[in-house]
Design a protein around this ligand. Structure first.
Ligand code: GLN
Length: 449
């Protein structure tokens, strides 16, 4: 049924870059047989799940929506894909994204256009725009995205679904094409908090193949649904009043209503400060671009994907393949990052950014000393129209003003739908907790659903 829906709808939403129809039907038939034979099946037996196309799969291609990887076939599955398969999920296809996950609207996609299922003149958000659109349009039951600065939470907010960025190191990055390695986390997008928590149960856990994956002792395996429908006594919610004031009127109103709801349920609302949040976007664009410039050096026209036909010597292979293969935003980031890391500028920019990153971490520590969570808007506005921000990178970068700090600090965050904006587009609120407190984060989010 989901394949038929994709067939009918995908032309409009453009969520999928590739659908594994034959593979899915074969796998589903096998699961049917096993069920009939009375065999025990996994927790996701037969459930269609979509994968952002920056995670490797043995079938089909892994393109990062970039011309440079247009025909790249990965020789292995990402750990998260293996974990889904072990629970008998059906990997239904690969979904669109901003090229190499760089962007906030999926307008930087190099291999296709994805629209918002609520209004096709508007963007689905990004960079996991395909994941959010596929879940929202009912073209899968859950999806995986990646979040470096907001790329799961912001599109979830724009498309009216739940999106989770786990604690850094909770979910293995093995098989995720690296963008900003110290910030990147894979997480689920789902129709509700419960589904998202169930997916977290499956994809998280230590992985020896990822050196930044947390050990069992540091992050014991938790059942993320443990407290999901349990009442929460004495909940203390932190809010930063400027964050709510800075958002558009309709977003402020929707988030304020959510705060009033929690208050009516007995939660204590505490006004707090995040003194270094004004520097978060600037800090992120130094750290993320620096790491991206190093990570993307591997696309050299030799080892992966595209090679320019115009190359006449070795240097040409490198420069022409990259020039023709990468899109404008990716080039902008490589240049910014290379500049920030170059001799003479390293201390002035990169080292300073690392120091500010630490101050942002401490801002969160301070808040979580007394409060269970921080509640903010997910994004300053609802979904905007195509072209509205694409000519102005700074405007686009400001989209992540509320989400970026969580990546810099490594703490988890979830976006849950909390109302609609002046255009009747969905609006999300974000709940951020201290590291490893995802179960509590889901419990708080679930109260509002
Ligand atoms: N929008 C941010 C960026 O362009 C975040 C992207 C992401 O989280 N992958 O870098």
């Amino acid at each position: 049924a989901v394949l038929a829906d994709i067939e009918a709808e995908n032309e409009k939403t453009g969520a999928y870059l590739e659908v594994f129809a034959d593979h899915c039907l074969e796998k589903a038939a096998k699961i049917d047989q096993r069920i009939k034979a009375g065999e025990k099946c996994g927790a996701l037996a037969g459930v269609p799940i979509a994968i952002k196309d920056n995670m490797t799969t043995l079938w089909g291609k892994t393109t990062c929506s970039s011309k440079i990887l247009e025909n790249f076939e990965a020789p292995y599955n990402a750990t998260v894909v293996e974990k889904l398969l072990a629970e008998d999920a059906i990997i239904i296809g690969k979904v669109n994204l901003d090229e190499f996950a760089m962007g906030s609207s999926t307008e930087n996609a190099g291999l296709g256009k994805t629209t918002n299922p609520w209004d096709s003149s508007r963007v689905p958000g990004g960079s996991s725009g395909g994941s959010a659109a596929a879940v929202s349009a009912g073209l899968c039951f859950g999806a995986l995205g990646s979040d470096t600065g907001g790329s799961i939470r912001q599109p979830a907010s724009f498309c009216g679904v739940v999106g989770v960025k786990p604690t850094y190191g909770r979910v293995s990055r093995y098989g995720l094409v690296a963008f900003g390695s110290s910030l990147d986390q894979i997480g689920p997008l789902a129709r509700n908090t419960q589904d998202a928590a169930l997916l977290m149960n499956i994809i998280s856990g230590h992985d020896p193949k990822d050196s930044t994956s947390l050990s069992e002792e540091a992050a014991p395996n938790t059942d993320f649904t443990l407290y999901i429908d349990k009442p929460l006594e004495g909940l203390k919610i932190a809010v930063v009043p400027e964050f709510i004031d800075k958002a558009s009127d309709s977003v402020s109103k929707a988030v304020q209503q959510a705060i009033d709801f929690y208050s009516s349920k007995g939660a204590e609302i505490r006004e707090v400060k995040m003194p270094h949040s004004d520097y978060a976007v600037a800090t992120y664009y130094i750290v993320a671009t620096a790491e991206a410039s190093a990570n993307l050096a591997r696309f050299d026209g030799v080892r992966y994907g595209y090679r320019s036909e115009k190359a006449e010597n070795y240097l040409d292979v490198y420069t022409k393949s990259r020039d023709e293969g990468f899109g404008a935003e990716v080039k902008r980031r490589i240049m910014l990052g290379t500049y920030a890391l170059s001799s003479g500028y390293y201390d002035a920019y990169y080292l300073k950014a690392l120091k500010v990153r630490n101050l942002i971490r401490q801002d969160f520590k301070e808040i979580f000393k007394d409060c269970d969570c921080l509640l903010t808007p997910t994004s300053p506005s609802g979904a905007f129209k195509f072209g509205e921000k694409s000519d102005d990178p700074i405007q686009m970068y400001l989209e992540d003003i509320y989400t970026i700090s969580a990546n810099l600090a490594g703490v988890p965050g979830v976006s849950v739908p909390c109302g609609f904006d002046e255009n009747n587009m969905p609006v999300g609120m974000q709940i951020i907790t201290d590291t490893f407190q995802e179960a509590k984060m889901f419990q708080i989010a679930r109260m509002f659903e």
